[in-house]
Design a protein around this ligand. Structure first.
Ligand code: PRF
Length: 376
């Protein structure tokens, strides 16, 4: 993997760059649509490529391991072939899903024993087997196995957990060294900073992670219920320490405003279920604020879904039509809303990139943050 920085904003820490892997380029800052179970919910791969055009999408080790199961993905020749996606893929390690989805999980030094949310069967994730699973799934970027602490989190728990995440990182790295790539392309490994909402722990973790000398670095444990200001404070201290010449990935963030504020602090990569999940509930993100399309006020509004939107659904269909689809509980409503929201998120990060390159990112960001902070 090769990362090139093209420009850094003079008034903030925002960066525009480019990552190149064996599956092509990723222009940063980037938002990665979430395709948890080898599907970006509701969007066909061709539509995703032609309308939304992301350079990279995300998959989840936890889900794919449980269903369809790793061996099926191996038989298919890896996740790219299995799902018909020839661009970049990143897989999360399960270090978050194990805590958020499975019941009865038991965290020990060795690893995590958890109960499947699908059939109640028991499984164990260790740093070693999670690296093996990710080798076989075959994403271009694979993540360290970590513990994502909840919010709020007691200082002593956060500290102990962070040290365990660091020991797990060492185990991930030594196991990867012994495990060759499964397919004929390379994989890059990103470790994850933890440390809850404590600046001293975040600094300590960022130093440990930076020392691992990985090709890119991630920040976990944020956007778990803490106030946005606390999230930004943590991103700021961590970005001061993480190397400048490697991409920085903020996991599971966030709203359009969170994304712009974190770009300003030096983050290059994001993922979040928000554009897709909220779309399925009728919430649309736009440059002028959010819309609840189920609201009666849109019943006879025949204006386009989003006049400024980049996807065909934005101008092809009206708000009244989309509201009707939601009222009638038609699949198509969720599909259209998902295409709109993903199109908006990708437009937003591309605009951010343009403004970083043009040198007026800071002013543009402040204007957008104000403009988007509304309910229409
Ligand atoms: N760890 C991992 N994945 C994640 C997170 C984390 O802390 C988060 C936190 N917002 C989202 N996804 N492995």
């Amino acid at each position: 993997m090769k990362f090139t920085l093209h420009h850094t904003d003079p008034k903030s820490k925002a960066r525009a760059g480019e990552v190149i892997t064996d599956h092509g380029k990723i222009e940063t800052p980037i938002f990665m649509p979430v395709g948890t179970v080898a599907s970006v919910k509701g969007v066909h791969q061709r539509e995703l490529k032609e309308e939304i055009d992301p350079d990279i999408i995300l998959g989840n080790t936890y889900h794919l391991y449980l269903r369809p199961q790793t061996k099926i993905i191996e038989q298919a020749g890896g996740l790219h072939k299995f799902m018909g996606w020839d661009r970049n893929i990143l897989t999360d390690s399960g270090g978050y899903q194990v805590y958020s989805l499975s019941a009865n999980r038991k965290i020990k030094e060795e690893g995590v024993k958890f109960k499947s949310h699908i059939d109640g069967s028991y499984h164990v994730f260790t740093p070693e087997n999670v690296m093996e699973i990710q080798r076989v799934i075959g994403a271009d970027i694979i993540m360290a196995f970590d513990e994502c602490t909840p919010y709020p989190c007691d200082y002593n728990y956060a500290k102990r957990s962070m040290h365990m995440t660091h020991r797990w990182l060492d185990r991930c790295i030594s196991h990867l060294e012994k495990t060759p790539y499964t397919y004929d392309y390379s994989q890059s490994f990103f470790p994850i900073v933890q440390g809850s909402t404590y600046k001293d722990l975040r600094r300590q973790s960022a130093e440990y992670i930076a020392n691992a000398g990985a090709e890119g670095n991630a920040i976990g444990g944020l956007s778990v219920g803490e106030p946005a200001e606390e999230m930004y404070a943590m991103t700021e201290v961590v970005c001061e320490i993480l190397p400048e010449d490697k991409p920085r990935y903020l996991m599971g963030v966030g709203t359009p405003i969170n994304i712009l504020e974190n770009i300003a602090l030096g983050i290059d990569m994001f993922d979040c279920v928000m554009p897709t999940r909220n779309a399925r509930n009728g919430m649309l993100f736009t440059a002028h604020g959010t819309i609840n399309i189920k609201n009666k006020k849109w019943e006879d509004d025949f204006s386009p879904i989003d006049e400024m939107g980049i996807t065909f659904v934005d101008t092809e269909y009206s708000k009244a039509y989309l509201r009707h689809l939601f009222a009638a509980n038609e699949y198509l409503g969720k599909q259209i809303a998902t295409i709109h929201n993903l199109g908006f998120y990708l437009w937003l990060v591309r605009e951010a990139r343009k403004h970083i390159l043009a040198g007026d990112f800071y002013e543009w960001k402040n204007m957008m943050v104000k403009q988007m902070d509304k309910r229409l």
